[in-house]
Write a protein that binds this ligand. Structure first.
Ligand code: ATP
Length: 233
């Protein structure tokens, strides 16, 4: 297997005249928490969709676990825990049904771990998905993303729409499970402060172009403190 869990090389993508990604290259080493930062429309979701194999590269290439995610969905998607930006959880289910339903797709689903996560996230089994608060919805999405113990987590704006306290909780929960189990995480956010707090490496996307990809160090922090438009108002 490749030493990098994810390798994106010279990836470009347009939708009609809109250039969503331009010549983006990045690598995510195993065990790394990699934060992808950018404003709305920067191309974060488009990049994550290529990693998941939902979009085929128009130019360039994407390899995940050394595999082409479009050509080998079982080899790639089966090893990823994914949280989409809009959560995509079936509205008519209770938390219990959501857990049972998702479990059917994953041979490596760990029911004991799922229950631990449910307790940690304080989710009630009988609660219906539409009645969950935004924070509970994010936790339910994380539960089903994590409970098959995937080696890679791909999370699109996991803290989007949450208040600062819940946001910190969610990210801490992710990081706790990741650090405990040596997983690799690729997550996106438009908030530079939270990405700085939890990531080993960050990449900054701006209008489809990668401005910078780097280990998180003092130089980066001081440099991007100047870029206040990425910071929380
Ligand atoms: P957000 O935080 O708002 O989700 P993002 O950084 O994830 O932003 P993308 O969703 O990747 O950005 O979108 C990048 C650009 O590509 C945007 O201008 C968006 O309108 C455009 N785009 C994305 N998907 C499509 C599509 N299916 N059809 C047309 N344009 C698209």
């Amino acid at each position: 297997m490749s030493e990098h869990v994810i390798e994106v090389s010279n990836l470009s993508r347009h939708f009609g005249k809109k250039q969503a990604l331009s010549d983006v290259s990045l690598s995510v080493p195993e065990g790394c928490v990699f934060g992808l930062v950018g404003e709305n429309g920067a191309g974060k979701t488009t990049l994550l969709k290529h990693v998941l194999g939902f979009l085929k590269p128009q130019q360039g290439s994407v390899r995940v676990f050394g595999l082409d995610p479009v050509a080998d969905p079982p080899g790639v998607l089966g090893r990823i825990g994914h949280l989409s930006e809009n959560r995509d959880l079936p509205a008519w289910m209770t938390v219990r049904e959501l857990i049972e339903f998702t479990r059917a797709f994953y041979p490596k689903w760990d029911p004991v771990y799922a229950e631990e996560l449910r307790m940690m996230f304080e989710l009630s089994l009988n609660q219906k998905v539409p009645t969950l608060s935004r924070g509970q919805l994010a936790r339910a999405g994380l539960l089903v993303a994590l409970a098959h113990r995937p080696p890679l987590l791909v999370l699109d704006e996991p803290s989007s729409g949450l208040d600062p306290v819940v946001r910190k909780d969610i990210l801490d929960a992710i990081i706790r499970t990741v650090v405990d189990e040596g997983r690799t995480v690729l997550f996106s956010s438009h908030l530079l402060d939270e990405v700085q707090r939890v990531s080993d490496r960050i990449a900054i996307l701006d209008q489809g172009k990668l401005l910078l990809t780097s280990p998180l160090d003092e130089v980066l922090v001081s440099h991007y403190q100047l870029t206040i438009r990425f910071l929380e108002p």
